[in-house]
Write a protein that binds this ligand. Structure first.
Ligand code: GTP
Ligand code: MG
Length: 243
């Protein structure tokens, strides 16, 4: 095989990205965290999902505007007996996907506890997205959309409902969190070079520093509308806004 062919293969294996972001996925056992993540990674429902033991890691690289972002995703066990193990993975997370089951009221009532823990242990700029999972089971609903939306607004988290079974809204929470984090970096509130920020630069050559030394994300701040269309949100409630 000519040398050039080897070069081409090697280039394809080399994954480049602009940012690396750490997310944790938390919430009550059985709320569908692993299924949500599985659908996000594999674009399919996870059949016969078993309780997660401790934590499971996966990753996916997404594109937001011109930026490639590698997400490091830590799926945590919801069962109480794993709480001390899973909490140790919260440290330095930039994003948290907080999941409850719309057909299980207890999973909603316990949200404050999960969020308080995450805010205490993760990055100080933690971006939180609340996901009401199993939206396909409308007949068994125990938590109204408006009630969850109010809770989200009061607690400064984004909110949407999703179904890991049908795939409805499964990508949106992950993209929303990434977009919020990017905007924090752009505004200067979050510094990826600071330890514990939950974000770091990928290939440094891709970093754009303009003449005034401010970071520029190309089209990010100028085409938010176009990008949010791409995320395809259904009934999304931004943090700080309510019904
Ligand atoms: N109908 C429906 N069932 C779902 C959905 N998501 C998950 N399930 C089911 O809910 C159960 C629990 O799903 P998991 O993803 O394993 O829950 P988990 O939150 O990861 O649970 P732990 O790992 O114990 O914390 C499984 O039987 C899934 O098949 C959904 O969107 N719709
Ligand atoms: Mg699980």
């Amino acid at each position: 095989m000519p040398l050039n062919d080897y070069d081409a293969d090697a280039t394809e294996l080399l994954e480049t990205y602009d940012f690396l972001m750490k997310y944790i996925i938390i919430g009550e056992a059985g709320s569908g965290k692993s299924c949500l993540l599985h659908h996000f990674i594999h674009n399919a429902f996870k059949d016969h999902s078993q309780h997660t033991i401790g934590v499971e890691f996966s990753s996916r690289t997404i594109k937001l505007g011109e930026k490639r972002i590698k997400l490091q995703l830590w799926d945590t066990a919801g069962q109480e007996r794993f709480r001390s193990v899973t909490r140790s993975y919260y440290r330095g997370a930039a994003g948290v996907i907080l999941v409850y089951d719309i057909t299980n009221r207890d999973s909603f009532l316990n949200l404050s506890r999960w969020l308080t823990d995450a805010r205490a242990l993760a990055s100080t700029h933690l971006v939180a997205v609340l996901v009401g999972n199993k939206s396909d089971r409308e007949d068994e609903r125990e938590v109204e959309w408006a009630e969850a939306s109010r809770w989200a607004a009061e607690n400064d988290v984004h909110f949407l409902e999703a179904s890991s079974l049908t795939g409805d809204n499964v990508e949106a929470p992950f993209l929303l969190a990434a977009r919020s984090i990017l905007l924090s970096i752009e505004s200067g509130a979050l510094d990826p070079e600071k330890a514990g920020s939950g974000v770091s630069y990928g290939d440094r050559a891709l970093r754009r520093v303009n003449s005034s030394s401010l970071l520029s994300f190309g089209s990010l701040s100028h085409s938010r509308k176009r990008r949010s269309d791409k995320i395809r949100l259904k009934n999304w409630v931004p943090a700080n806004k309510c019904c």
